[in-house]
Design a protein around this ligand. Structure first.
Ligand code: UFG
Length: 451
C-alpha cells in the first residue's frame, strides 16, 4: 500500500476552536501517515472549502475532535516518492487534490507547486550569492542543475563570483527592492547569506549589524510571506554560542553571544522559529564554525576587503600582499598558547546547505538548526605551520595582544548534521583544505614579491 504523509501547518494562530479544547496554538506541524485509499475517501467526501477539508483530514488522520474548526492552515502532502504538494484550503488550486492520488498510484514523480506563480520550477534565491560562502552554494546548486537567482548589493561580494546564476544587484535593507525581486521571479526557496559578518566591526558599529542582518532578514521574510514561499536556509554562526562552557559545542549549548554580530544571528534564528510556528515557514539555520578553503575547481573562493581571517591573511603574507602575520595572543589556555578553531571546508558547507534544502523539500526538516564544523581543533600556530608546508614558503609572524572577544577554543560537534542531514565531509585534512585556498589565492591575487 502506498502511503502519503500529511503535514498540517497552521498559517496563523487565529484558528477558531468551535468545541473542545484539543487545540492550543500549535508549535509544530501535525503529521501522520495515511493510505491512498483513505485519501481518496476523504477527497470524495470533502466539500471544497477551507474548514470541511481540513476538519476531515484532522478527523481521519489525527483522530482529533472532528468538530474542531480550523482556518488559515496549509496542508502539505508528501508522497512516498518525496513529492510535495502544498495546499492552501482557500486557494483556487485546491482541486489539485484530485490529481495527487492518481500520480502516486502511477508512481510518477509529480512536481507541482500549488500556490506558486506559473512558469517557475525550482528557482532558488541566494541572497549574498556573490560572497564567499554564498558563491560556493550557488556553484553547488548550479552543479545540481538547479536554477539560481542571486541578489547581492556588492558591498562585500564580487559579481563574477556568482558565476552563471541569474544576477540582480539589490539591497535587502530596502523592502521595495526585495519585494520587486520576489514579484518578478517565481522563487521556490531562499538561501540567505547576505549579512555583515565581522565580529570586531560589529562592536564598533552595532547599528549597521542590526540594520543589515536583522532589518535585511525581516525584509526577506516579509517578501517570502507575501509570495507564499515557505522554505529558507539561513547562514548562522558559531558566534551564537559566545564563550562555550563545554566542548565540543552541541546545538543545545547555552547561547550567550558576546558581540552584536552573534546577537543578530541568534535573533534571526528566533525570528525564523516564530515564523515557522505562526506561518509554517520552514527554515534550517546552519551554524558555521570557521569556513575555510575554496572551490576545488578554483571557480570561487575567499576575497574579503578588509580581510580578517587567519588563513587568507597568512596566504597574503606568503604572497607579499601583507608584511607579516600577527598572531593574536599566545597566552591562551591551549596546548601552544594560541587559539584553537574548527576549520571546515567551504565546499562541505555548501553541501550541507543543499542537504538542508532537500530536507525541507522532502518534508523531513521543518525548523532546525545544525552546527557545521570539522570536529577537530587546530591552533593558530598549527595553521601557520600547515600554510608553510603547503606553500613551501616561510613567512614572518609576530605575536600581538589578544583580539577582543576571541574565545580560547571553539570546536563543534556536528553529530546532528551528520545524522540528520547525512552530511559527510570530504575535506578532513588541514593540508588539503589549505591547498584549495592556496590555489584560489594564487589565481585571484597577483603575486607582488617573495613568491
Ligand atoms: N587570528 C590571528 N591573526 C589574524 C587573524 C586571526 O591570530 O590575523 C586568529 C584569531 O585570533 C583566531 C583565529 O586566528 O584565534 C581565527 O580567526 P578568524 O578571524 O579567522 O576567525 P574567527 O574564529 O574569529 O571567526 C569565526 C567566523 C566568524 C564567527 C566566529 C565565531 O569567521 O564569522 O568564528 O567566534 F563569528
Amino acid at each position: 500500500m502506498v502511503h502519503v504523509r500529511v503535514m498540517i501547518i497552521f498559517d496563523k494562530q487565529d484558528m477558531s476552536i468551535k468545541k473542545g479544547g484539543l487545540f492550543r496554538p500549535p508549535y509544530f506541524p501535525l503529521s501522520g501517515q495515511i493510505s491512498v485509499d483513505s485519501l481518496e475517501h476523504i477527497l470524495s467526501n470533502a466539500t471544497y472549502g477551507a474548514d470541511p477539508i481540513v476538519g476531515k483530514i484532522l478527523e481521519g488522520y489525527t483522530r482529533l475532535d472532528p468538530s474542531v474548526g480550523i482556518t488559515n492552515c496549509r496542508v502539505i502532502l508528501v508522497s512516498a516518492y518525496g513529492t510535495q504538494v502544498l495546499l492552501h484550503p482557500s486557494s483556487p488550486f485546491v482541486l489539485i487534490w484530485l490529481f495527487l492520488p492518481l500520480s502516486i498510484i502511477r508512481g510518477l514523480p509529480v512536481k507541482y507547486n500549488a500556490d506558486r506563480k506559473p512558469g517557475g520550477v525550482n528557482l532558488l534565491l541566494v541572497t549574498g550569492g556573490a560572497g564567499y560562502i554564498g558563491s560556493h552554494v550557488v556553484l553547488g546548486l548550479l552543479d545540481q542543475g538547479r536554477e539560481v537567482l542571486v541578489i547581492d548589493n556588492l558591498s562585500r561580494g564580487h559579481r563574477e563570483l556568482a558565476g552563471k546564476a541569474v544576477f540582480e544587484e539589490a539591497d535587502i535593507r530596502d523592502l521595495s527592492q526585495t519585494g520587486k525581486i520576489f514579484r518578478k521571479y517565481p522563487i521556490d526557496g531562499v538561501l540567505h547569506f547576505a549579512a555583515l559578518s565581522l565580529v570586531e566591526d560589529s562592536m564598533s558599529d552595532p547599528h549597521s549589524y542590526f540594520r543589515n542582518n536583522i532589518g535585511g532578514t525581516m525584509n526577506i521574510i516579509t517578501s517570502m510571506l507575501e509570495s507564499d514561499i515557505d522554505r529558507i536556509v539561513f547562514s548562522s554562526s558559531a558566534a551564537v554560542y559566545g564563550e562555550p562552557r563545554a566542548l565540543p559545542v552541541k546545538e543545545e549549548a547555552p547561547k550567550i553571544p558576546t558581540n552584536p554580530y552573534g546577537e543578530t544571528k541568534l535573533f534571526i534564528e528566533s525570528m525564523l522559529r516564530r515564523s515557522f510556528e505562526a506561518y509554517g515557514t520552514r527554515s534550517v539555520s546552519l551554524r558555521y564554525f570557521n569556513a575555510a578553503g575554496a572551490d576545488p575547481l578554483c571557480r570561487t573562493g575567499e576575497d574579503h576587503s578588509p580581510e580578517t581571517h587567519l588563513i587568507p591573511i597568512a596566504l597574503d603574507v606568503v604572497m607579499g600582499r601583507k608584511e607579516e602575520l600577527k598572531i593574536f595572543g599566545n597566552d591562551y589556555p591551549t596546548h601552544d598558547g594560541t587559539c584553537v578553531r574548527d576549520y571546515v571546508h567551504v565546499a562541505d558547507l555548501a553541501d550541507a546547505h543543499i542537504r538542508a534544502l532537500e530536507g525541507m523539500e522532502k518534508g523531513t526538516l521543518a525548523c532546525e538548526a545544525f552546527n557545521l564544523g570539522n570536529g577537530k581543533g587546530f591552533s593558530v600556530l598549527e595553521i601557520v605551520s600547515a600554510v608553510r608546508s603547503v606553500t613551501g614558503i616561510g613567512f614572518p609572524l609576530r605575536f600581538a595582544p589578544r583580539r577582543a572577544g576571541d574565545p580560547a577554543v571553539l570546536v563543534a560537534s556536528s553529530d546532528r548534521a551528520e545524522r540528520e542531514l547525512s552530511w559527510k565531509r570530504r575535506y578532513k585534512d588541514m593540508d588539503e583544505i589549505i591547498e584549495t585556498a592556496w590555489k584560489w589565492h594564487q589565481k585571484r591575487f597577483r603575486p607582488r614579491r617573495r613568491y
